[in-house]
Design a binder for this molecule. Structure first.
Ligand code: NAI
Ligand code: SAJ
Length: 523
């Protein structure tokens, strides 16, 4: 179907005078060609599912290697069940092809789907440059009756105030000659094909009623789930950003409550698992921070875009951004207790991507942990099954040397910190590694019975406090408080200095001091 002549008599959807059934027939028999701009982790599965539904899709990407791979019927995206097979099937049947030529693709298409990155500038403002570059490509081929669908997450108001006027100005069309709708991509890497096919209701909001109607026809055909129409594009944009902010704030809550594990001498993860028995309670997982180019970015699609102050949203960002430093503080304290200064220590970072199984390092907390360790003088190396640490300026350790799958000298380190729990790390034979300090930020390791000094951030789901059966650090702190008036014997560290030492461990992720009782910095 893709060999169609660009001037073929394709059929538009926006403002169509055809009956609804005929519109759906045109859509699903290839007479309403589609262009999908962006063939990345989300765009390629989206283009493949669009091809499965419509039979006439041109994928556009600026990366020639991506285009070449897709046209060879393969997927460059890893860790997506069913994607490779779907791409092969759709390309081989002529239902999907890829190109770097956006304007030509736009001339053929009557539906234009935008799924390129929406990142942040250096001063944390939404970066719409890529979306606007795609809008320029689309405008070069935009025709009356075309429908433009944005799936890239956008700051609320962007379709109405930026994208639609940009398209009109660059194409010379009137605002009401084409449709624009925001239909957010509710998908996670690792389940993209399943999600796009219909795991969740599809939100649709147009800049006008006809855009909403036309986009509803598209997703009613593409998704097996319901289409959730909302009042307008801005509402749909807000839905997607709010979903992300909800997650960031709740992860911050989990991270902050997780720091209580030391002072309470409990596993906070066990407490969360129990509290979450209640349907109204969804305490998230504590970790080393929030990565990816979505969740840590979306709050700024409000904070740096709108005037209204959002104190909680902003504080949550600070809490999450502070976690990498809190993890390194903890590592330093554990090393110190083990007789090694961090500045003299060799440290292995396990996992550089932002989450397990996903080849993405944007805003990865692991990179913040590496930077903080190096800043404090440690000798840092890293291991990751999906990305090469060398590319991030960090010494590479071969995973096979840690799992024993390759003969050779088993590397030894003063400390290791598990930041991203790739499943490949399950095969590391910890018992064969030189004893070291191990900080597990994901509660993925069980080092009982080994000679490692392990610390599990926020404790373990099975109820083990962070320092396991070692005396809790908090015990020291609380005892010292109780003993504040105790005589300081020569040679013993004073209660205050002990408290100071342990307080750096107890300090909340936003930097406030849990010991303050004047309500000054307490949150
Ligand atoms: N990654 C995720 O889990 C989700 C992402 N999203 C949204 O989707 C957007 C894209 O995410 P990913 O696919 O993960 O990004 P990605 O970085 O994996 O892929 C982006 C693709 O777009 C291409 N590209 C860049 N500029 C282009 C241009 N001017 N024209 C055509 N192609 C261009 C790149 O070469 C790359 O192949 C995100 O920024 C976010 O707004 C939404 C839901 C989930
Ligand atoms: C609201 C929501 O759950 N959004 C999802 C999210 O997926 P994403 O791939 O960004 O991964 P994620 O599971 O949110 O993790 C983001 C980051 O947060 C961390 N994280 C996540 C959950 C948690 O309880 N604790 C935690 O520390 C992860 O380690 C990771 O570094 O963002 C996607 C997106 O919009 O890009 C979205 O489609 C997904 O549904």
């Amino acid at each position: 179907m893709c060999s169609g002549d660009p001037n073929a008599d394709s059929v538009a959807l926006y403002d169509s005078t055809h009956s609804d059934p005929l519109q759906r027939e045109h859509l699903t028999n290839g007479q309403t060609p589609v262009a999908v701009y962006g063939l990345g982790k989300m765009g390629l599965p989206l283009a493949a599912v669009y091809a499965e539904t419509t039979g006439n899709v041109t994928g556009v990407d600026v990366d020639p290697t991506v285009v070449e791979t897709v046209n060879a019927g393969r997927s460059h995206v890893v860790g997506e069940p069913g994607l490779e097979e779907l791409v092969t099937e759709q390309v081989e049947s002529g239902r999907l092809e890829a190109t770097t030529d956006g304007p030509t693709a736009a001339e053929r298409a009557r539906i234009h789907v935008i799924i390129v990155p929406t990142l942040l500038t250096d001063d944390r403002k939404p970066d719409l440059a890529t979306v606007e570059a795609v809008a320029d490509d689309i405008a070069a081929g935009l025709a009356p009756g075309d429908l433009v669908i944005a799936e890239s997450t956008l700051p609320p108001g962007t379709c109405r105030d930026v994208l639609r006027p940009h398209l009109a100005a660059e194409s010379g069309l009137e605002l009401d000659e084409f449709g624009v709708a925001f239909c957010p991509e509710r998908t996670s890497s690792g389940t993209a094909v399943r999600d796009i096919r219909g795991q969740y209701p599809k939100v649709v909001g147009g800049v006008d009623g006809e855009s909403t109607r036309a986009a509803t026809v598209v997703y009613d055909e593409l998704s097996t789930n319901d289409v959730r129409q909302v009042s307008d594009a801005t509402t749909a944009e807000a839905v997607k950003v709010f979903e992300g902010v909800y997650r960031d704030v709740n992860i911050a809550l989990a991270n902050e409550l997780g720091t209580l594990a030391d002072e309470l001498g409990i596993s906070v993860r066990e407490a969360f698992a129990t509290a979450n028995d209640l349907p109204m309670c969804q305490l998230h997982d504590p970790g080393p921070g929030v990565g990816g180019h979505c969740i840590p970015y979306y709050p700024y699609f409000l904070l740096s875009w709108l005037e209204t102050p959002l104190a909680l949203t902003e504080t949550a960002r600070d809490v999450n951004d502070g976690m990498a430093g809190a993890v390194v503080d903890r590592l330093a304290a554990e090393l110190e207790a083990d007789g090694t200064a961090l500045a003299e220590a060799s440290v292995l970072v396990l996992g550089l991507t932002y989450r397990a199984g996903v080849e993405e390092t944007r805003a990865s907390p692991a990179l913040d942990v590496v930077a903080e360790l190096e800043e404090r003088g440690a000798d840092v190396a890293a291991v990751d099954p999906l990305v090469d640490p060398d590319a991030y300026g960090v010494g590479r350790v071969e995973l096979e040397l840690l799992t024993g799958d390759r003969a050779g000298e088993t590397p030894a380190f003063d400390a290791a910190v598990l930041v991203t729990a790739h499943e490949e790390f399950d095969h590391i034979s910890w018992g064969d590694l030189e004893p070291s300090v191990v900080v597990d930020t994901r509660d993925e390791l069980d080092l009982a019975g080994t000679d490692h000094r392990s610390y599990t951030l926020a404790g373990s789901r099975n109820g083990r406090p962070p320092a396991g059966d070692r005396e809790s650090v908090a015990g020291t702190a609380v005892d010292a408080l109780a003993r504040e008036d105790a005589p300081v014997t020569a040679g013993a560290t004073s209660a205050e200095s002990r408290l100071e030492e342990s307080a750096t461990d107890l300090r909340r992720t936003d930097g406030t001091d849990p010991r303050r009782t004047d309500g000054g910095d307490d949150v």
